[in-house]
Design a protein around this ligand. Structure first.
Ligand code: GMT
Length: 382
């Protein structure tokens, strides 16, 4: 099938999922066209079935805000026509589902009918989308998608709670490619970052407020008083500077390493002993899943869809948002004993395997097939 994928190209979870999905679909013989404003960070183009089309927004002094949706919907129309695209899959409702709907309408005027799948990822619903300034457009875009999927049951429930949705929302969880991790990084080189006797604790995110970065620093501070440890903070974002300052105030700067954005997440995770994710809100927690497949247990909040990924007492521990003391105690529980740590590590990887791409990809393919069939029927009716 010829599929167009619209996503954000940045280090955000939705862009990562969209990119990995497109790569996997290309591997199964589909022709995949990524349409976005920059080449997605995890996308390598050396594949016969993968194409990238850049959306350019010409600057014009009259505009206070440059009209990205307009450029995106025009690009979609052109790409669909030029490459004979059969299906549109948009990731993150804002503004992709809205632009996708406009493209569909423009194409229909020319007798071209393509189905649009919208995948909801999290903040497009829980944070940004429900804002009164966006809500009517987001509701409209969801109700006018041919199929709507969400990455967790929790996100589906939140969507039904916040919006007047008249469509069924199908849950298709996020995934990892287990085969990529099987024999990778035996040369972990953990000694580059920590002493032999130190545990390594890791956090990876876009350092936005919702990630509760100060909680991470406080949890680590409590842990390192009991267990020799280093903290690796991976990513860039608005909360990073404050976090560096907090480390200085607590006198632990020499124990906390800020690595910035990285394309070597797996290499970093392969020498980690624990992953922290105390987020305020999280529709799924892809970063936790990536940690788990790399044999890293997770101490997290119980927000949103995290409990669907991190199993309490098995792959790690869950606590109420902001309960730093309990999260610290749980981290110490996992890290203070080699045998306990090993058990949690084994459980983490075993549990992560439930989300292997081989199990999840067919769910998307089924959705594609049925949406495509319906659009053919619609075409025949016209
Ligand atoms: O918050 C992020 O890390 C980025 C954000 C996004 O929309 O790109 O991630 C959301 O989508 C991910 C992939 O589906 C989920 O794993 C994250 O839980 C979700 N983030 C939030 O809900 C805050």
């Amino acid at each position: 099938m010829k599929i167009a994928i619209v996503c954000y190209p940045t280090f955000g979870g939705s862009g990562v999922v969209a990119t990995e999905l497109g790569i996997a679909l290309a591997g199964r013989g589909h022709e995949v066209h990524f349409i976005t404003y920059k080449q997605p960070v995890r996308l390598e183009l050396l594949n016969n079935n993968i194409y990238f089309h850049e959306v350019n927004v010409p600057e014009y002094p009259l505009f206070k805000y440059q009209p990205y949706e307009l450029a995106l919907s025009s690009k979609l129309v052109d790409t669909v026509k030029l490459h004979g695209i059969e299906l549109l899959h948009v990731h993150y409702a804002i503004p992709h589902a809205y632009a996708g709907y406009m493209a569909k309408k423009m194409l229909a005027e020319e007798g071209i009918y393509i189905p649009m799948i919208t995948t909801l990822h999290g903040t497009d619903i829980t944070l940004v989308g429900k804002h009164p300034f966006y809500k009517p457009a987001v509701t409209f875009s969801i109700n006018n998608s041919d199929v709507v999927t969400s990455v967790s049951s929790n996100l589906r429930d939140r969507t039904l709670e916040f919006f007047d949705v008249k469509k069924e929302i199908q849950v298709i969880p996020n995934f990892i490619d287990k085969s990529k991790y099987e024999n990778s990084y035996t040369d972990c080189k953990r000694t580059l970052l920590a002493d032999e006797n130190e545990r390594i604790i890791t956090h990876i995110s876009n350092f936005r407020k919702v990630k509760r970065i100060p909680d991470i620093i406080h949890i680590f501070n409590n842990v390192q008083k009991v267990i020799p440890a280093k903290l690796l903070m991976v990513g860039e974002g608005p909360e990073k500077e404050g976090a560096e300052q907090l480390c200085e105030e607590l006198g632990i700067s020499d124990k906390v390493i800020f690595l910035g954005n990285s394309n070597e997440i797996d290499r970093i995770l392969c020498f980690s002993d624990l992953f922290l994710l105390p987020s305020e809100s999280e529709s799924f927690g892809l970063a936790a899943l990536e940690a788990m497949i790399n044999k890293v247990p997770v101490v997290s909040s119980n927000a949103g869809g995290i409990p669907e990924v991190n199993e309490h007492g098995i792959t790690g521990f869950l606590s109420d948002v902001g309960n730093v003391e309990e999260m610290s105690a749980n981290a110490i529980k996992i890290l203070s004993d080699d045998a306990v740590l090993e058990k949690f590590k084994e459980n983490a990887v075993k549990s992560a395997e439930k989300f292997d791409i081989l199990k999840v990809l067919p769910l998307y393919e089924e959705v594609y097939q049925s949406a495509y069939k319906k659009s053919l029927e619609q075409k025949l009716k016209v």
